[in-house]
Design a binder for this molecule. Sequence first.
Ligand code: SF4
Ligand code: SF4
Length: 466
Amino acid sequence: MANINTEHPHGQATPSAPVPTMNSSGKRRWLYPDRRSGAHASRRRNLAVILIIFYLIAPWLRWNGIPLLRLDVIEKKAFILGQIFQVNDATLIAPGMAAMALLLFFATSIKGRIWCAYGCPQTVFVEWIIRPIEELTEGSAHHRRSMDAGPQTLELRLRKGLKHILFLAVSALVANTFISFFVGPDRVAHWTIRPPTEHPMPFFVMTFVMLAFYADLAWFREQFCAFLCPYARFQSVMIDQHTPTVAYDAQRGDPKGQDKKVSLERKFGDCIDCQLCVRVCPTGIDIRDGLQLECIMCARCIDACDMVMTNLGRPKELIKIASQNELAGHKKTAIWQRPKTMAYAATLLLMTSAGAIRILGRDDLALTIIRAPGPVYTHMPDGRLGNMFVVRATNNTSSPIKLDLEIVSPKGAEILCAQCGTDVGAANVLRATAIVMFDKSLANKEIVIREKSTDDDASSILLGPN
Ligand code: SF4
Ligand code: SF4
């Protein structure tokens, strides 16, 4: 993937600059991306509205009475789509996490950086909340550029002040939503309305997260995609010559330029070198230089160039979504003819199936039985032997389960359990101490204990004198 620096009059990038948003002296080159309407922008905006609503209400949503999505760091539980995971369920979650990563790989392979363009909260919030606030308070890109280059007037300072107050409000909302995914919205609401002195550590965390989001949304922006996001770094292994990307049709567009007078023979291609595609780019690149790591596939340049082509009465799609193969004039390659994509699909299917089978097949009440500390066995007054066990009952459902244990085998053994009859709360763990009494002849035999209502069981060994 090329990462070519561009020199264009709208951004002061120089050929010696290491990245498009940096000038040759290593300083940040602030971008003022223009906005143009178009088919891609409308599609992205419509989806963004749905996503923003979803991201903000997701911590409040519940499924079967439990949170839809939460990685509860206080309760040490994860709630994912109606399933509850305890700390020791990491092996159950692992295939699901791997499947998520593979889904991203697979989607990127067949659709390019569709996640960056449509789904990533960073893009969605910057593009559809932060930039509109900037346009509302400081005007169009052209206006902002000239105001920043001019004297720092009172009006400019007031406008910037208002902008940053709104940015802080958005950051607080985003930070509280983000933290809600880890501690639940009720706790966040409580911390928000109560004085900070009652909960100094949560207050510190909330403030830190809010300022981090503020720094990102107000200042860091496209730098996050270019320098911090690991997904962008994996691009080159995920895509190949069949993957659709945003691409400039050089065969049609070059040589760039504009015929100054009407002549029968055109000297230049369709690109009139108006640079609008560069001016609208939120990452400051010139897509005409080829595919670049910074391109988040937002298609702003497509909309802009389509508008230019329409005004000139020329066909659209001088910049379009196309694979390198298609640009070279080859036919679209079927998905099953792409070994890497098929490998992603097969591994994704494998991981998803493995994860689903393990998760859906697990017990409602997971029982584990371990020997209690202390003597290996005791002699009971009635002449039998006794073994002490700790039964760990993990409720994997969203309703309480009354613990009622019985012995399946060996016949004749008897169990006494102090906590039996009490509820194991939804998504909770109960540790019950149980004594199993048995005849000496049953020593060293396997014992199987079952919970009556759920039919879930666990086993151990009865110990006695050899
Ligand atoms: S917007 Fe289109 S015509 Fe204008 S410079 Fe970009 S590619 Fe060329
Ligand atoms: S090159 Fe086009 S698609 Fe890529 S980031 Fe810039 S505007 Fe978006």
